[in-house]
Design a protein around this ligand. Structure first.
Ligand SMILES: Cc1cc2nc3c(=O)[nH]c(=O)nc-3n(C[C@H](O)[C@H](O)[C@H](O)COP(=O)(O)O)c2cc1C
Length: 316
């Protein structure tokens, strides 16, 4: 396999910054703005039908000719059809979430697609590397949305040691300091989700953005641990209700009934009380709404400033 100098060369982007695929949040508007700004924008397919994804790809291509990707949740009932769409549309990069994409690897590789699975363990990282993945996103439990158990600080270096493909760190990274730390842990790039929820181009209802901006370091909670699929969100009425029901031996069905449609409720309807305000712990670092390109520049410049100050301190 070709040895790539870094992730920017592999992905054809300017900055080693990937905008994480975010169900309902990262449609073509946000993904196009991130790609046009020199990062890698990802359209989240989530559990949307294949035709919707095709429409999003066409719409993005009207705005930018820069590289972009589609994030495909492997548990989506439409995953097979969406894989066909990304191949027929020649989408350059596919990121996968929630599982092992091995069964799709041959068709994606044949089409020349770069495949980047999201993993929460070094075991899965090794498995997807063997299957032919080009890079992995190691996502720690500080992240927003569905999470694993291990923190970014611990997961990233262990995944770096376990595989020889480039590792992109995710979970808790929202500024140059976090990005610099991830590189020191051995990552070759960073994936950012939470900070992009408040990007100007993100089609997210204002009450959701406002809650992310107002949040502090202690304002997220994890629900659904008992289901095996824990989710991190901002505390609100819905999450408090779920947490109190969980203490009373809530069933999986009851949990699903309470959660169904709640991310849409937050993103589209702006219901900050009973919508699911998925967000990572880095919400406490997010202070304002900004264009995506400005967010990317701020992270990149912040990272450079960290390196400059450390070089001054250590003398080289
Ligand atoms: C609202 C929201 C929705 C998300 N949806 C998805 C998704 O559909 N697929 C996926 O692989 N990851 C999803 N994620 C995870 C992000 O892609 C990203 O890895 C994570 O947000 C990075 O951590 P951070 O939130 O600390 O920046 C989601 C995260 C958030 C906040």
């Amino acid at each position: 396999m070709k040895e790539y100098k870094d992730i920017t060369e592999l992905l054809g982007i300017c900055y080693p910054i990937v905008q994480g695929g975010m169900a309902w949040v990262s449609d073509f508007h946000l993904a196009a703005a991130v790609s046009a700004g020199g990062g890698l924008g990802l359209i989240a397919a989530a559990s949307a039908p294949a035709d919707w994804v095709r429409g999003q790809i066409h719409a993005l291509r009207k705005i930018t000719d820069k590289p972009f990707g589609v994030n495909i949740m492997l548990m989506s009932p439409f995953a097979d059809e969406i894989m066909q769409v990304v191949v027929s549309e020649k989408v350059p990069i596919v990121a996968t979430g929630a599982g092992n994409p091995s069964k799709y690897m041959d068709m994606l590789k044949e089409a020349g697609t770069i495949v980047i699975p999201v993993v929460a363990s070094s075991t899965l990282a090794k498995r997807v590397e063997r299957a032919g993945a080009d890079a992995v996103v190691a996502e720690g439990s500080e992240a927003g949305g569905h999470i694993g158990e291990t923190t970014t600080m611990n997961l990233v270096p262990q995944v770096v040691d376990a595989v020889s493909i480039p590792v992109i760190a995710a979970g808790g990274i929202a500024d140059g300091r976090g990005a610099a730390a991830a590189f020191l842990l051995g990552a070759k790039g960073v994936q950012v989700g939470t900070r992009f929820i408040v990007a100007k181009e993100a089609n997210v209802a204002q009450p959701y953005k406002d809650r992310v901006i107002a949040a502090g370091d202690n304002d997220t909670v994890v629900t659904g641990r008992f289901t095996g699929h824990p989710v991190r969100s901002l505390k609100n009425k819905l999450m408090r209700e779920i947490l109190s029901q969980e203490k009373k031996d809530m069933s999986l069905e009851e949990f699903e009934t309470l959660m169904i449609g709640t991310l849409r409720k937050a993103v589209v309807e702006g219901d900050a009380d009973y919508g699911s305000l998925m967000s990572g712990q880095s919400a406490g670092l997010v202070t304002k709404e900004q264009p995506a390109a400005e967010i990317i520049r701020d992270i990149a410049e912040g990272m450079k400033a960290v390196y400059r100050s450390k070089a001054a301190y250590f003398g080289d």
